[in-house]
Design a protein around this ligand. Structure first.
Ligand code: DGJ
Length: 662
């Protein structure tokens, strides 16, 4: 069982009273301000709690003797399941004997500080401490609580939810100022914690604002938790190990699960030994275990697509796979070595902004994605290729000139790596990664001067991928009009397509993005089928829609028809999609216009295409686009939408804010 304390955030706040009341103060201890409140001695209960709790009981209560909902004047404001302290049977009460535990505790009923219930909406119940409007004297506007406790050390946690303007808070406890002039910001929950030692059987607490000038600055307080410092014995550690064992760590993020398992193991190892190094060592083990147990973080499980929302991986980190591609692949299971079918998503890692490497994720259901890591890293420096182990082994055998090429093409400071696409080569069992490899050249500082297609290979799906080369590709034949003759063979936004006969093609923007090209790849999928100088138009490559300025291509085959989705060229800003259909890859491509329905702004629902694929289990075709945030590229979102097809095979995409595979 987890013993995390769940708190409702309940505000107790100072507000204008409807009437003026006589002044009074609080506190039975030597306090910063004198007190006129009755002391526990005036009540007919023992002045000291003698009760002892066994370690297991304390543990289950998280050592909490009191967990007071200061906002509550009723029994209901803490949510169900909130644990109360061991000395407490009601969520709050005026100072006096607890009806069940008989411990003496509660707020001092100051006639100038009354409480009223109110509701703030958003699930907050607020009780107001109604304070004398005429005075800001902290002595008369303080919120005071006293708690009967056994002698010992305590951690006091105070929670403040502030629905008003910034308030300042001072706290006295056990005769000392513990918090001084702390600013409690608006609309946030502020938690403050301090340790105290109690020797007289009562913990005295006073919350006030010594700098209050108007009643609007009088104090607020939402909850108080008083936890006993345990005695660090072997029994306590054993009780903790027992109570905190048996967690199904698969349900939790691996980072938090690893920390928990490691501290649990350390505690068990300690207990297994005969020797007892003493309480300091036990305290360390105990605190580690308790902390890591509390920090266990549940994996978030998606059961739908929510286009445009932040999409986190199974560890809770936003997915970094922009300009990406999703496909089903047969890959070796890292644990068993057996082949398993997984969805694989590769894309640009924009964690650090514009420049980054390529990330991969896997999934069984397309909703939940497991991070497989950076499969192709960019290169921090030419030197790192020979110094860093990762690069050294990856590029062992490369000549100096080849290493120069790698450093230039993957330069972390200058290179641009976009729209990575992965293809498996059945023939030689190699994974081939193609990407838009760009960056400045010797003659231009532009980030898109190189305009090349890059290739990297690996024997395993998740790399590391070894850079092979970056190339300019086919050029406009002499009998056709080159839209950008000054720079030939350019290759920018790109995608891959493998046809049913195993032939693979690269589809890319060329001629300064004015013309799309489709070029055939060789059998290894690592270069063109025929080098540009010998390539035959119509057999090795074709030019599409010269001057139409299309990019972000996504080619797919459905029911014998080839579809090509594209965007216009407007940088990171979205624009209107257009798609084309043909009977073969190298055939006649005919425009069918914009497939989006209800896209009033004509911006492809604020996205740009990157991949279209089918889920064979449900038959659903999925449009995958990027909603780029140019000011914060790492926060760019994914727009996945279901595609429908008319009887004539025309594509239709409508926006749905949440949807599932059916
Ligand atoms: C649009 C392209 O599709 C993106 O991949 C990227 O290159 C941006 N242009 C840069 O402006």
């Amino acid at each position: 069982m987890r013993f995390k304390i769940i708190r409702t955030i309940i505000a107790v706040c100072a507000l204008a009273p409807a009437f003026v009341l006589p002044a009074s103060g609080c506190g039975t201890e030597p306090s910063v301000f004198p007190s006129a409140a009755p002391s526990p001695a005036e009540t007919d209960v023992p002045s000291v709690i003698t009760k002892e709790w066994d370690p297991g009981e304390l543990l289950m209560a998280d050592f909490t003797l009191y967990n007071v909902d200061c906002g509550s004047v009723s029994e209901t404001s803490f949510p169900e399941g909130t644990s109360r302290g061991l000395c407490q049977s009601v969520s709050d009460q005026p100072y006096g004997k607890d009806p069940v535990t008989e411990a003496v505790w509660g707020y001092r009923e100051d006639p100038s500080v009354l409480r009223e219930e109110d509701s703030l909406g958003e699930g907050f119940t607020v009780s107001k401490w109604v304070i004398d409007k005429e005075t800001t004297d902290p002595n008369q506007t303080s919120i005071c609580y006293d708690f009967q406790v056994p002698e010992g050390n305590y951690t006091v946690t105070l929670g403040f939810f502030n629905p008003f303007g910034v308030r300042k808070i001072d706290v006295d406890c056990e005769g000392r100022k513990r918090i001084s002039g702390e600013k409690i910001l608006r609309y946030s929950t502020n938690e403050k914690e301090f340790d105290v030692s109690v020797s007289d059987g009562e913990l005295n607490l006073k919350v006030y604002n010594s700098a209050a000038n108007t009643f609007m600055e009088t104090p607020i307080l939402s909850y108080i938790k008083i936890a006993k410092e345990p005695e660090y014995t072997r029994e306590l550690l054993a009780a903790a190990v027992e109570a905190m064992s048996g967690v199904n760590t698969d349900d939790y993020t691996s980072e938090s699960a690893e920390a928990y398992l490691s501290s649990l193991e350390k505690a068990k190892t300690y207990l297994a030994k005969e020797s007892n190094k003493g309480s300091a060592s036990i305290k360390l083990k105990f605190k580690d275990l308790r902390e890591s147990y509390k920090m266990l973080t549940k994996k978030y499980k998606y059961d739908s697509f929510r286009p445009g929302e932040v999409w986190t991986d199974t560890e809770g980190t936003p997915v970094q796979a922009h300009g990406g591609q999703v496909q089903q692949m047969e890959i070796p299971d890292p644990d068993t070595g057996k082949t398993v079918t997984k969805w694989v998503w590769v894309g640009e890692d924009k964690t650090h902004g514009y420049r980054g490497g390529v990330c991969a994720y896997t999934s069984d259901d397309l909703y939940n994605w497991h991070y497989e890591g950076i499969i192709m890293r960019n290169v921090p420096s030419r030197r790192s290729l020979e110094k860093e182990e990762y690069f050294k082994s990856l590029y062992a055998g490369y000549t100096d000139a080849q290493l120069d090429d790698v450093a230039l093409a993957l330069d972390a400071e200058r290179a641009v790596i976009e729209r990575p696409k992965l293809i498996y080569n059945e023939k030689n069992k190699q994974y081939v990664l193609w990407f838009h490899a760009d960056g400045p050249t010797a003659t231009s500082d532009s980030n898109y001067a190189a305009a090349c297609a890059g290739v990297a290979v690996s024997d395993t799906p998740f790399g590391p991928y070894r850079f092979v080369g970056r190339y300019r590709l086919n050029t406009c034949p002499p009998d056709q009009e080159d839209k950008h003759p000054q720079s030939r063979g350019m290759a920018r936004d790109m995608n891959l397509f493998r046809d049913t006969d195993g032939t693979a093609y690269i589809i890319y923007s060329s001629e300064e993005n004015l013309t799309l090209y489709i070029s055939k790849l060789n059998d290894d999928y690592t270069y063109l089928a025929t080098p540009p100088e010998q390539a035959v138009y119509g057999k090795d490559f074709i030019r599409l829609f010269p001057g139409a300025q299309r990019e972000a291509p996504a080619l797919f085959l459905k029911d014998g028809k080839y579809y090509l989705m594209t965007s216009g060229c407007t940088g990171w800003a979205p624009n209107q999609a257009r798609y084309y259909m043909a009977d073969s890859v190298m055939g006649e491509w005919v425009s069918y216009g914009d497939p989006c329905i209800g896209d009033e702004k004509h911006t492809t629902f604020d996205s740009q295409s990157t991949c279209i694929f089918q889920d064979p289990a449900t038959g659903t075709w999925i449009y995958m686009g990027d909603r780029w945030f140019s000011d914060k590229l790492n926060d760019s979102r994914y727009i996945w939408l279901p595609i429908s097809f008319t009887d004539k095979g025309e594509m239709r995409i409508g926006f749905v804010s949440e949807w599932t595979l059916k």
